[in-house]
Design a protein around this ligand. Structure first.
Ligand SMILES: O=C(O)C(=O)C[C@@H](O)[C@H](O)[C@H](O)COP(=O)(O)O
Length: 355
């Protein structure tokens, strides 16, 4: 395996997933080893690591798939499992999973007996480029995204390209949205490279160097500001609106994938960037065209503006009752801590509706 990043979590690219995982377990385990999966990763990814002698099958827990299970009930089940299966402070939890179980499993590990070590093996594109690295762990609460959580880094992250091949196209698109976000906040060059990549007709192996680059971009911001006091807020571009869309869809029992919500959120926030920070209109139109071709259009109407605004009032970046955005002046030129009025937000939502 090769080292991709050496920061708070050591991020490796797998050559031989079984061998590399055994090696990592031997390196990091100081006691019992537990494995957490969701029903999807259990079905599609577990067969690739099955029968590793370091993992006792009695210590395997499977949770339901989907962000609507990223809640207090599921985490209580994980704590209960660890507690009744003899986990102690030296135990190691392995999250073989996409974004939701990485966040939830990381939070379970961070809180169980005040913290045990965990390894993330991200099995989706989204979790490889985003959720598995950076130490944000948590669960949703009362429809608010990641309302409860802590920062705690995985001791290690093992990225394996083969897992992405088990994903359907919608999930690939979802992860690709976070890669687009990374490109837009990082540099014109990265965006120019990504915008010509045909994700609808792609060969997953061709994605590999872009995935590695995306992890480097994420870590660049995380290293500079691990607990999101300032520049890490850049990684939240698209999320103030995106999380509101995602929660709104979940409340209406029409859930959408996280990356889709972020893609829609980026369009609205680019408009806010255009109005408030001078983001060029021609670039906004180009990005809108590219994103809409991949992600389609989010369905809501003017009568939903108030509900969406209410959801934004719980964004974690907010201060003093002001909705806080990360906006762009241009590609790669970030403006953090941009507050926008309700009227400006409604105008941006109106702009989106008219697309
Ligand atoms: O790592 C970060 O920092 C991010 O903001 C990355 C986001 O893409 C990610 O979805 C994150 O979980 C959102 O965090 P939140 O703090 O807005 O809940």
């Amino acid at each position: 395996m090769q080292v991709i990043e050496d920061s708070e979590s050591k991020v490796y690219g797998a050559d031989d997933i079984k061998k590399d995982l055994s090696e990592l377990i031997n390196k990091y385990s100081r006691g019992k080893v537990f494995l957490l999966m969701d029903t999807g990763s259990h079905q599609h990814c577990y067969p690739k690591i099955k029968e590793i002698p370091e993992i006792d099958t009695n210590n395997i827990m499977i949770i339901e798939q989907g962000d609507h299970h990223k809640n207090i009930e599921t985490i209580a089940k994980v704590w209960h499992f660890l507690s009744t299966n003899g986990a102690d402070r030296k135990s190691l939890l392995i999250n073989l999973a996409g974004g939701m179980p990485c966040d939830l499993g990381g939070f379970a590990a961070a809180t169980f007996k005040r913290g045990i070590d965990f390894i993330n093996i991200p099995t989706t594109l989204l979790s490889q480029v985003d959720a598995s690295v950076g130490g944000k762990t948590g669960i949703n609460f009362h429809s608010f995204k990641n309302e409860i959580g802590v920062f705690k880094h995985a001791v290690s992250v093992l990225v394996c390209n083969d897992f992405i091949k088990t994903q359907d196209q919608q999930n690939i698109f979802s992860g690709f949205a976070e890669m687009i976000k990374h490109a837009l906040i990082f540099s014109e060059d990265t965006w120019n490279q990504l915008k010509v990549f045909d994700i609808r007709n792609t060969n997953i192996d061709a994605l590999k160097p872009l995935v590695i680059n995306s992890i480097h971009i994420k870590e660049h911001f995380v290293k500079a500001d691990p607990t999101e006091q300032n520049v890490r807020k850049s990684l939240n571009f698209g999320h103030t609106i995106g999380h509101a869309f995602e929660s709104f869809a979940m409340q209406n029992n029409t859930p959408i994938l996280h990356g889709f919500a972020v893609a829609y959120g980026m369009i609205v926030e680019l408009y806010l960037g255009h109005k408030n920070c001078g983001f060029p209109l021609s670039k906004l139109q180009e990005i809108n065209r590219i994103l809409s071709a991949i992600y389609g259009h989010f369905t809501f109407s003017q009568k939903d503006f108030e509900s969406l605004f209410y959801l934004m009032t719980h964004d974690k970046k907010n201060e003093k009752n002001k909705i806080n955005f990360t906006l762009l002046e241009d590609i790669g030129q970030i403006k953090i801590n941009q507050t926008c009025t309700k009227e400006e937000i409604f105008e941006a939502l109106e702009f989106y509706l008219n697309q």
